[in-house]
Design a protein around this ligand. Structure first.
Ligand code: ZN
Length: 73
């Protein structure tokens, strides 16, 4: 597809996506995305986002937990 921001071409990549749901942050690995070769903008299909919501709201396996530092600059 063509990037909406810069007009560049996109290509399919598996990416790590951050996702907030009910005040919890999730890191989702191996999410199918179209990534702009020029500016790096990422596009996700609606069906992929629906699948993520369904997955997070049902029983799901947690690969690991991360510790995150929040810093005010
Ligand atoms: Zn772009």
């Amino acid at each position: 597809m063509i990037c909406e921001f810069c007009g560049g071409n996109t290509e399919k990549h598996m990416v790590t996506k951050t996702h907030w749901l009910h005040s919890k942050l999730y890191f989702l690995e191996d999410v199918e995305s179209e990534v702009c070769r020029e500016c790096g903008e990422r596009y996700f299909q609606a069906k992929v986002l629906d699948k993520i919501d369904t997955l997070l709201q049902s029983e799901h396996k947690v690969e690991r937990h991360l510790q995150v530092e929040v810093i005010r600059v």
